[in-house]
Structure formats: C-alpha cells, structure tokens
Design a protein around this ligand. Structure first.
Ligand code: ATP
Length: 196
C-alpha cells in the first residue's frame, strides 16, 4: 500500500507507485487515500476525502489504460472506515482481506525518519515491510532502528502537492507535473482557487 493525502495526486506519487511495484515485483499496488491525515489536519485543512479520491481514481484509470493492465488500484478503504487515519488499522484489515499476503507500506524518504510518530508504530512494523522510496537514489531519511525496510530508488521529481496547489492558485503551469485528468478535474471543480 502507498498511502497519502494526495491533495492532489501528482506525477511524483505515480512514479513511486509504478517504480516500487515494478522493482519489488508486487502483485498489487494500492494508492490508499487518507480520510483524515491527522498529522496534517492539526495544522491545515485538506480537501474533502471524496474529492481527493476521485482525482486518484481518475489518474489511476488513465495510467492503467495507457499501460494496458491494472497495475495500480485506487483505494477508498480509509475513507469508508472514517475518522482519523491510522495505517495500523488499514494494514490489519488488509492482512485479513488478503488472507495473510505479504504486505508492504511505501513511504517517501522525507517521512521515513518519523515513522515512530505514527499511531501504534509497533503494529505497522509487525504487519508490513516498509519500503522507502528514495528520490534519485540520493541518501535521504531512513526509518528509525528496528524497522525492517527496503530502499527503492525512484526517479527524482521535485514535486509536492503544496507546490501544485500554489501553482493552480497563481495560474502557473501544472501540466508537466500533474496527470492530465487531475488537471482537468481541478479546473472543472475550481479547486485550489484555480480558474478554467
Ligand atoms: P504536501 O506537499 O501537501 O505535504 P506531498 O506532495 O508530500 O503533499 P502526500 O500525499 O502527503 O504528498 O505524500 C504521500 C507520500 O508520497 C509520502 O510518503 C511522501 O513522502 C511521498 N512523496 C510525495 N511527493 C513525492 C516526490 N516528489 N517524490 C517522492 N516521494 C514523494
């Protein structure tokens, strides 16, 4: 699973999902949209989860279409559960639903060092192997001691959702940074202060 706020999803996210799935030869790759990313919402509000999910769904459908098979899946699992989003809960459900499949949790190297601040980190550690997506292969953050993890080099794309939101707000270009269907969705719904 690759969890995120995806407010909005950008090409950095897609690059990670596709690269990790390919390099680790995973059977499935779920992009799991956080319902309430409490470590963020304590400081800032985020776009309603159903809207963030629709954007991920649209981008995932387009990626699968162009690849010609279902390599990515958009998951609204955490939205249906509701409340604050804890990866430990998501993994527990996935473990049951997949009948004991081997689970992986993908995180960017920028947040790897903070894994102990997650809710019930011991459960996350026990239920899954952590995958650290390393931008451009340059040494970044690593999980704290005791976290079983693998490092996967992903293309360095210096893109963040924060910058994308600002770009839409200020009318700067987003087309080379965000999947086409997400750009369309943002504009047609007037998200982030964008204009058509
Ligand atoms: P924001 O700018 O709003 O904080 P974000 O771009 O970091 O958002 P999130 O949805 O919070 O996006 O991130 C989900 C996951 O994707 C995190 O594990 C984060 O480390 C990783 N990530 C985000 N952008 C990139 C990128 N350009 N390259 C590699 N990893 C990324």
């Amino acid at each position: 699973m690759f969890g995120g706020t995806f407010d909005p999803l950008h090409l950095g996210h897609l690059a990670i999902a596709l690269e990790v799935r390919h390099q680790l030869e995973l059977d499935r790759m779920l992009l799991v949209v956080a319902n309430d990313p409490w470590q963020k919402t304590v400081f800032n509000s985020v776009t309603p989860a159903s809207i963030r999910f629709e954007m991920v769904e649209a981008a995932v459908a387009a990626a699968n279409e162009s690849i010609g098979s279902t390599v990515l899946e958009a998951s609204d699992h955490e939205i249906r559960r509701g409340g604050e989003t804890y990866t430990a809960d998501t993994l527990a459900t996935l473990a049951t639903e997949t009948d004991g499949a081997e689970l992986f949790v993908v995180v960017g190297s920028d947040i790897a060092a903070s894994l102990d601040t997650w809710e019930r980190p011991d459960e996350v550690r026990e239920l899954a192997t952590t995958v650290v997506a390393e931008r451009g292969g340059s040494a970044g953050g690593r999980p704290p001691e005791g976290w079983d993890h693998v490092v996967v080099a992903v293309p360095a794309l210096e893109i963040s959702s924060t910058d994308i939101r600002n770009r839409f707000r200020n009318g700067r270009p987003t087309e080379a940074l965000v999947p086409h269907r997400v750009v369309e969705y943002v504009r047609s719904h007037g998200l982030y202060g964008s204009t058509r």
